[in-house]
Ligand binder design. Sequence first.
Ligand code: ZN
Ligand code: FE
Length: 255
Amino acid sequence: MSETTPTILPIPIFKDNIVWLLESDPGHAVLFDPGDCDPVIEALQQQHRIPTHILITHHHHDHIDGVLPLARHFGAKIVGHTLDAGRLPPLDIALKDGDSLQLGPWMCTVMATPGHTSGHVVYRIHDALMTGDTLFSLGCGRLFEGTPEQMWTSLQKIREWTGIRRLFPAHEYTLLNLGFVARYDPDNPHLGAMREWLFQQTDLGLPTLPTTLERECQCNPFLRADDVDFGRQLGLTGKSAVEVFAHIRTMRNQF
Ligand code: ZN
Ligand code: FE
């Protein structure tokens, strides 16, 4: 691994989506999940960068609607999961689980994370993981096309991927999720520090993302479904991690 880490900047779009811009080569960029076009063009112009690649985590409109116009405008290559090629914009580069792609100086590796959708993938660049709608800060994606078992497996794979430090979700839901966590995990010793940091960021008008895998492992209830004490606290003593995960997901849906 090289000593420097990639610079990845947020472009907020819509109410709570974030398009992430990876600084690849000088003058170039890589975009993740551009659900819109104009604000992204504006950000690129400000930074004097042209996108060479556009990477897609999954097929939902808020992640892909800007892809084709941006690709046409800049001649960027569209990259996504082979499995979802039928419902993504036309892919120039179709990747499957475990495949890699060179982006400027960075090697990018794909991992399939079914759960939110059946074809969802995450992208790793050095210490950074672009998590799309699989993992949010203090939350995870809704199970539109997957089972709790699939999503729990996907989250475990993320948790166990050595060398991941920063997480870049596609939505800023952190404060919303904080209310849920504060209610169901009030005695978590790490939550105070996280809350303080979150309010510091929002007071300054700054995004609460990226987050870190360390912080999420401490505070994100969906990554703690196999924590026996947490399960007991939820009244689920003796239940499997998948059952605890499913229970937390249902509670969150109803929150
Ligand atoms: Zn989605
Ligand atoms: Fe989304």
